[in-house]
Design a protein around this ligand. Sequence first.
Ligand SMILES: N[C@@H](CCC(=O)N[C@@H](CS)C(=O)NCC(=O)O)C(=O)O
Length: 236
Amino acid sequence: MGSTNDKLILYTNRRCPWAHRAHIVLDELKIPFEEVTIDLDTPRTAEYLAINPRGLVPALDYNGEIIIESAIVANFLANAYPSHLLPPSNAPGGALQRARIDLFVDAFISKFQGSLFKLFTANTDEEIDAVVEAAVGAVLKEVEPKLADAKPFFGGSDKITQAEVLTGSFAIRLVTLTKHEVYPSKLATALAEKAPNFWKWVEAVSAHPSVNGIFEEEAIVEGTKARIAKMKAAAK
Ligand SMILES: N[C@@H](CCC(=O)N[C@@H](CS)C(=O)NCC(=O)O)C(=O)O
C-alpha cells in the first residue's frame, strides 16, 4: 500500500503519450514525485539503460525498485494508492468493473489508436479516407457503445477513472492534432457526427486538468509533424 513516506522518481518525456499516462495517474492521486526528463532525441545514456534496459520512457523508481511499461506503472500506482480511479477487486462488482475498464482500454488502444498509425504514411486522399473510415468504424463497433453511460467519464463517473488514465493522452492528442490538421480534421468531424458519446467523452477528457496539465500543445504539434515527415521520407 502506498504511503506518504514513499519516494518516487518518474523518468519521462512530456512529449510521450505513454509517459503521459504516468503523469495523469500521479496528478489524479496527488502523489509527490521527482521528475527526470530523458532526452529522446539522442541515444540513451548508459546510466538510463541501467534503469530501463529497454531505453524507453516512462520508468518509475518506487522506493528504489524500478517499474517500467506505462500500463504496468499506471496500474501499479492505482493499486498501491486506492482511490476513485479503480474499485477494489474484492468490492461487490469491483472485479467486473475492472474488466470493463480493461476491455475499454484494449478496444481504444488496439482497435482505434492502432488504426491511426497508418495516417503517418498515408499520402493520397483515398489513403487518408480509408484510414478515417477504418478509425471511425473501430470506434462505432467497439468504443462508442461502452460510453453510452459516460457522465462524462467511463462507467457513469463524474471523476476520471483508470479508463481515462490509460487513454487520456491519446484523446487529447486526437483533439489537438485534428484541430491543427496534423491529423485530417475530417476525422474529428466524422467522429463528432457518427460517434457522439465518444466525441463528448474525448472533449471532457481533454479538458480535464490531470490530462491537459502537462500537455505542451505546440511542442506536440511540431513534434508530430516532424515525425510524420520523417516516416513519409523513409517510406519513399
Ligand atoms: N510500451 C511502452 C512504450 C513506451 C514508448 O514507446 N516510449 C517512447 C516515447 S513515446 C520512447 O521511449 N521511445 C524512445 C526510443 O524509441 O528511442 C510503454 O507503454 O511504456
